[in-house]
Design a protein around this ligand. Structure first.
Ligand SMILES: [Zn+2]
Length: 526
């Protein structure tokens, strides 16, 4: 095979690269880091740690199955819940919020209507909102709405101005978790002052309490006649001691949490547990998450909504021993953060629909999601995209959760559209659409990769020497020698022809200048 190489694209890429690398002091380095080159992670994500792929790194699993519930079309009272992941404000995000006229809303403006349209909306408040407290937990003069790097700070000890809470509430957030590894970033006093700020505004929270306070760990929200119990916990507090026992710990306190879930489930319509857990930057839950999640669902929780890994982890339906259909998502990823790399900037808003049937039971009628992406504008502002997500980010999220459950951002919220006989499920795209190996007409469909429009249906790809950047955190691409003049092109891995698009077949191909290194990949047949 010999294909003409589009010289224009190559030249453009060469010109763009230095700008990408040196364009700003906080240069994004999302490109060019191959799996296996990872070192220790940090909170900003300057190093890349690919997630394990079920031990089958060479396999592309194909599109995920729809997540459906037997109670989808049951008659009864309805309630919708929305949930997003970590509100994790690195310095740039705080500085931007103090500059912009709409404050913190500038970080998620595009998602505001999507948050607000649910009956009850949840977020993880990852850090204190402790006015006038420094990193040692001492009371000092509050600087006001300014990123002074003393009271209001970034990683590793976050603290946010309490007006963050006003902006979350104005965006429709009804309940937050305060149990996470940053709960004690302003020590005991910071946890107290955060609770002061939450209570002053009437924003319900769960997972922490004041020093010396005998408060319940959970909170109950009431809406449309539904009483929901929310219960948050965290795996730990970054080694910061908790002498006043102010933070609920998921694993140490598992028996207490389980008993609480069991008790709450007898007197509210649904119990929702929001654990802060899991391995950072891993696309799969660990055994501890799976075991505790199942235990809490079996104890009576209707849903477990996790966070902390900074990347998405899968969702599942779990049918309990007593026959209840329950829901778990192991990690929602970051809602808003300053982290780099596609998987850390790609997350989602989950909608869960509840129906209370005539016999008083609450069942799940459906789960939907909207892919989200934290984007950086040309002028260096960070803002969440919800109504129009870059192709590679959408491909990553939809590749994990499937097209069937996508809630189109522009249409009204329906968690069980399949109950309408006129509804047609969206066509499942090829798993690589918008990403390497996918079809394209122009490069803007390839989310930063190039479109080789002289190949069948167009091919989103990148030029490569040995390895391909695997921004999706899944080893699904291969640097193949397709006979181009110099260098290989990144193509999608496969196990069978059925995984490849029309005009492509699953063939063994070698890496450029390494004829021994062979993998199966979708390659053009003409
Ligand atoms: Zn965390």
């Amino acid at each position: 095979m010999l294909f003409a190489r589009p010289m224009i694209a190559r030249t453009l890429r060469t010109l763009l690269m230095p700008a990408l690398l040196f364009g700003c002091a906080d240069a994004p380095i999302e490109d060019g880091v191959a799996p296996g080159e990872a070192t220790a992670p940090d909170e900003l994500g300057t190093e890349y740690v690919p997630g394990p792929v079920d031990g089958k790194a060479d396999n592309f699993a194909g599109p995920p199955a729809p997540l459906k519930f037997a109670g989808a079309c049951a008659e009864g009272d309805r309630l919708t819940i929305a949930a997003v992941g970590d509100v994790l404000l690195h310095g740039r995000l705080q500085q931007q919020s103090f500059r912009e006229s709409d404050g913190y809303v500038s970080l998620w403006r595009d998602a505001q209507a999507l948050l607000a349209q649910a009956d009850v909306t949840y977020a993880n408040l990852e850090g204190p909102t402790a006015a006038g407290v420094d990193a040692r937990g001492r009371s000092v003069t509050d600087p006001g709405r300014t990123f002074d790097n003393r009271v209001y700070t970034s990683y590793p000890m976050f603290n946010y101005h309490p007006t963050l809470l006003d902006d979350l509430m104005a965006s429709g957030v009804d309940v937050v978790s305060t149990a996470n590894n940053h709960s004690l970033d302003r020590r005991s006093l910071g946890a107290d002052r955060t609770i002061d700020a939450l209570e002053a505004r009437g924003l319900p929270f769960t997972g922490t309490r004041r020093a010396g306070e005998d408060r319940e760990w959970y909170t109950i929200t009431e809406k449309n006649g539904f009483r929901l119990a929310w219960l948050a916990c965290t795996y730990g507090t970054n080694g910061i001691p908790d002498p006043e026992d102010q933070v609920l710990l998921c694993f140490r306190d598992a028996a207490e949490i389980e008993a609480l879930v069991r008790e709450l489930s007898t007197r509210v319509d649904a119990v929702i547990v929001t654990p802060h857990w899991g391995d950072e930057y891993h696309a799969r839950p660990n055994a501890q998450q799976v075991a505790l999640g199942k235990r809490l669902l079996e104890a009576g929780a209707l849903a477990v909504i996790g966070s902390h890994p900074h990347v998405l982890q899968p969702w599942q339906k779990h049918v309990t021993a007593d026959g209840r259909e329950t829901f778990i998502i192991y990690s929602l990823g970051n809602f808003v953060s300053g982290q780099r790399h596609l998987p850390r900037r790609s997350s989602m808003l989950v909608y869960l629909g509840l129906t209370r049937t005539a016999d008083g039971r609450t069942v799940i009628n459906g789960a939907r999601y909207v892919p989200l992406h934290m984007s950086e504008t040309r002028d260096g502002r960070l803002t969440l995209e919800a109504t129009s997500v870059p192709a590679d980010s959408r491909a990553l999220t939809v590749g994990m959760f499937g097209e069937w459950n996508v809630q189109p951002p522009a249409s009204g919220l329906v968690t069980n559209p399949e109950c309408d006989p006129s509804w047609t499920p969206p066509a499942a795209p090829h798993g690589h659409d918008g990403w390497i190996g996918g079809a394209c007409e122009a490069s803007d469909a390839c989310g930063g990769a190039e479109c080789l429009d002289n190949l069948p249906g167009g091919l989103c790809t990148e030029w490569c020497e040995r390895t391909c950047p695997d921004r999706a955190g899944r080893a699904t691409t291969f640097c193949a020698d397709l006979g181009f003049e110099n260098g290989g092109v990144c193509v999608a891995r496969c196990t069978a022809d059925a995984e490849c698009r029309e005009g492509y077949a699953c063939r063994e191909v070698a890496r450029p200048s390494d004829a021994e290194y062979i993998r199966k990949a979708c390659v053009p047949t003409r």
